[in-house]
Design a protein around this ligand. Structure first.
Ligand SMILES: Cc1cc2nc3c(=O)[nH]c(=O)nc-3n(C[C@H](O)[C@H](O)[C@H](O)COP(=O)(O)O)c2cc1C
Length: 229
C-alpha cells in the first residue's frame, strides 16, 4: 500500500472501484491523476478490489476484544493512513444498475465501523473524514442523465452528511474495455482538467440571504465552476 510522501502538497486520493483494472473507470482515474499532478498535488490511485476484500459485517460480532475491526484485508491502513490524511477524495466507478459499484459502496459502508463512537478510532477519525473535496468519475453505457441521478444524489448526500465539498462529476460513455477514449465529449481530457482545477472548483449553491455579487464571472477570480457532466 502506498503512503503519502510530500510535505506541503495537497493530497489527492483516487479510489478506483471497478474490478476491471484497466477499464473505463481506471482510465478516467489515470487522466484525473495526471491533471492533479500537473497542478503540483500528490496523488495516490488505489484499486479497491486489490485491497478491500470483505464486505461490512455486523460490527458487534466482527470486532475483536480491543474493539478493532477483525475483517482481514487492507481497509484499515487504506482508511486510516491514506483516506483520513487526504485533502481530496476522487471516486471512480462504473455505473452498475443505476448506482455505484458494490466495491465503492462497500468502501463507504466499511468507514462506518471506524467512525462510530464505539470504535477505538472513532474520536480521531470522525473529524478527519470531514472538510475534504470530493469528485466523482463515472463510466457508463447509457447516456441518459436520469440513469445517473440516483448515484450523483447519493454522493451529494454523503458529502453533505460528512461536510465535504462535492465539486463535480465527469462521465465517460463506453462499455468495451477502454472505450471511453472514443467518447466524443472527451471525458479523459475533462477528467484531466478537473484534476488540474480540483482545488479551484467552486460549487455555488446560495441561500436567500447569502451575500454575493450579481456578477457571476468575476474577471481574474481564478475560480472555476463545478462540473456536472
Ligand atoms: C453489473 C453491471 C451493471 C451495469 N449497469 C449499468 C447501468 O445501470 N447503466 C449503465 O449505463 N451501464 C451499466 N453497466 C455498464 C458499465 O457501466 C460500463 O460498461 C462501464 O464502462 C464499465 O466501466 P469499467 O470498465 O470501469 O468497469 C453495467 C455493467 C455491469 C457489469
Amino acid at each position: 500500500m502506498e503512503t503519502w510522501n510530500s510535505e506541503g502538497a495537497k493530497k489527492v486520493l483516487i479510489l478506483s472501484s471497478s474490478p476491471r483494472l484497466e477499464g473505463n473507470s481506471r482510465g478516467l482515474a489515470v487522466s484525473f491523476a495526471a491533471g492533479a499532478r500537473e497542478a503540483g498535488h500528490e496523488v495516490v490511485v488505489v484499486d479497491l478490489v486489490r485491497h478491500v476484500r470483505h464486505m461490512l459485517g455486523y460490527c458487534r460480532t466482527c470486532r475483536d476484544g480491543d474493539g478493532e475491526c477483525s475483517l482481514d484485508d487492507d481497509f484499515k491502513p487504506l482508511f486510516l493512513h491514506l483516506y483520513l490524511a487526504a485533502d481530496a477524495i476522487v471516486f471512480a466507478t462504473p455505473i452498475w444498475w443505476y448506482g455505484m459499484s458494490s466495491h465503492m459502496k462497500n468502501f463507504i459502508d466499511r468507514m462506518s465501523c471506524y467512525i462510530s463512537e464505539s470504535s477505538p478510532h472513532g474520536a480521531q477519525a470522525k473529524p478527519r473524514v470531514m472538510g475534504k473535496r470530493v469528485a466523482l468519475l463515472l463510466s457508463a453505457e447509457e447516456s441518459s442523465f436520469a440513469s445517473r441521478l440516483g448515484l450523483v444524489s447519493q454522493v451529494a448526500e454523503f458529502c453533505r452528511h460528512v461536510r465535504c465539498s462535492f465539486v463535480g462529476v465527469v462521465t465517460g460513455l463506453g462499455n468495451l474495455h477502454g472505450e471511453v477514449d472514443r467518447d466524443p465529449t472527451n471525458p479523459l481530457e475533462e477528467a484531466r482538467l478537473m484534476g488540474q482545477r480540483l482545488f479551484d472548483l467552486e460549487d455555488t449553491d446560495y441561500e436567500l440571504d447569502t451575500p454575493r455579487s450579481v456578477v457571476v464571472w468575476l474577471d481574474g477570480s481564478g475560480r472555476f465552476p463545478s462540473y456536472w457532466r
